[in-house]
Design a protein around this ligand. Structure first.
Ligand code: ZN
Length: 471
């Protein structure tokens, strides 16, 4: 029932898009059903909140990104080599790329025809790709990256700063700096080779393989080996103080801090190893081989992002924010969304981690946090829409998703007891590690682990409109 409904929504949205982007018609028809014999990959992954994000017809297993950024002119030169596999016969497929100038595209070394339409880069290989075939697409591009404004009004993507760039991609920003299959459904490993003026640092995801300086420039090589959604990629550039060490658990930590934020962040960053240890006890082993923080000085941004293996902060984070972004490494990064509608699986879990941290470190209990929220009047924005069905991309980072979503987890904890509740969290992280999850799967897991019918609890807290009546 649920599935049928959401599919209908997706098709309606596609119709709306169809009217404005005629070039995508064939792809949309291809996505509409098996009756069509089209060999053109769909222009979107089928997410109703962001219909053109991601693409159909292939999966990317690896991105090899070579970038050179000139800070003063804000010019980016890029080459992206994607290793992908066709999931259907393809005479044409799309990549997501917003802005920038594409100079050349090859598929398996042969020049491919390409054109642009909005955020879609349409690629026509010189020979059709058979279903199941692995192929390599190389895109050369350059220009001044332009940030995107999200439906909620915040900026996202490659955002120039006074000393480099703050690079955050949730939900749509990855395509402002590299051609991607930009939907969390598609996860890949990444290699980054980033060249910046000497004296500046380029920080991406994963482990630093090496850096070398020549002719006034420094090149940084990073490798993210575990699967990652495109929106979690970063290549943040600035003047940073760097601190590197390995934790007792063998995790490689790389902290990059804008000197203007050094005093304000030192005490909190010092706690990172103990926060990761505490989270590992609660949620199971830390999923990645790298960790750390990028503390930029970009006060206009107004948010932090759980960039994989190394969260990105727009200024010195407080301890709660550090706990939140690192909890996302389990919930959001290792276990990814299948649809943006399920965003509470990311944000509510990371918020509840903050409550738990406070409770277990001499602060307010989760119950107290719950009670303070529940005391808010029915007219409060907290009750504006249900967290399990935010309604549109505009609402995915709103208070109901974070706070009422965390209240839903607290209700679950009270219903099943602490022992089972933490078992559910660990099972969620381990069963979906490096993969994906849906709300329906979480509910099923919670019911399986507890042996209880939790349908009405989740219905009340995730889907009911307005302020729930407390049981
Ligand atoms: Zn979050």
């Amino acid at each position: 029932m649920q599935v049928a409904n959401s599919r209908r929504t997706a098709i309606l949205r596609r119709d709306a898009v169809l009217a404005t982007v005629p070039v995508a018609v064939a792809a949309l028809l291809a996505a509409a059903g098996p009756a069509s014999a089209s060999t053109i990959g769909a222009s979107g992954a089928g997410d109703p909140y962001f219909p053109l994000s991601g693409n159909g017809g292939y999966h990317v297993s690896h991105y090899d990104l070579t970038l050179r950024y000139d800070i003063s002119s804000r010019h980016l030169d890029g080459k992206a080599v994607l290793t992908a596999r066709a999931t259907e016969k393809l005479t044409r497929f799309d990549l997501d790329l917003n802005g920038l100038k594409v100079t050349r595209v090859t598929v398996d070394g042969r020049t491919a025809h390409f054109s642009r339409s909005g955020q879609e880069l349409l690629v026509t290989p010189s020979r059709a790709l058979a279903k199941g075939r692995e192929f390599r697409v190389a895109v050369s591009y350059n220009g001044t990256p332009k940030q995107v404004t999200d439906p909620d009004g915040s900026a996202d993507g490659w955002i120039a700063t006074d000393d480099g760039a703050f690079v955050a991609g949730e939900p749509q920003g990855a395509m402002t700096w590299f051609p991607a299959n930009s939907h969390p459904k598609d996860k890949s490993s990444y290699d980054f080779t980033i060249t910046v003026p000497k004296g500046s640092t380029a920080v991406a995801n994963g482990v630093l393989l090496g850096q070398h300086t020549a002719q006034g420039r420094t090149t940084f090589r990073w490798r993210q080996s575990e699967p990652m959604a495109a929106y979690l990629a970063t290549a943040t550039v600035g003047k940073f103080k760097v601190d590197q060490f390995t934790t007792r658990d063998g995790i490689k930590v790389y902290n990059a801090v804008d000197p203007r934020e050094a005093n304000g962040s030192a005490a909190v960053l010092k706690k990172l190893p103990s926060v990761l240890e505490w989270e590992s006890k609660l949620f199971g082993p830390y999923p990645f081989r790298s960790a750390g923080s990028i503390v930029d000085h970009a006060p206009s941004i107004g948010y932090a992002l759980e960039t994989q293996g190394r969260p990105l902060y727009d200024s010195a984070p407080d301890l709660s924010t550090l706990v939140h972004e690192n909890a996302h490494q389990w919930f959001g990064d290792s276990v990814s969304l299948t649809a943006w509608k399920d965003i509470w699986l990311n944000e509510a879990f990371a918020t509840y981690a903050e409550w738990l941290y406070s409770e277990q470190h001499g602060g307010d209990s989760a119950q107290k946090a719950f009670d303070a929220l529940y005391a808010r009047p029915a007219s409060d924005e907290l009750w504006a829409y249900p967290p399990g069905d935010p309604g549109s991309g505009e609402n995915i980072f709103g208070t109901p998703v974070y706070a009422r979503g965390a209240m839903a987890l607290h209700e679950l904890r009270k219903a099943v007891g602490d022992r089972v509740f933490f078992r559910i969290l660990r099972a969620w992280a381990s069963e979906h590690r490096y993969g994906h999850g849906t709300t329906a799967e979480f509910v099923k897991l919670a019911e399986g682990e507890s042996g209880k019918d939790l349908g009405s609890l989740f219905h009340t807290w995730l889907y009911e409109k307005g302020k729930p009546n407390q049981a």
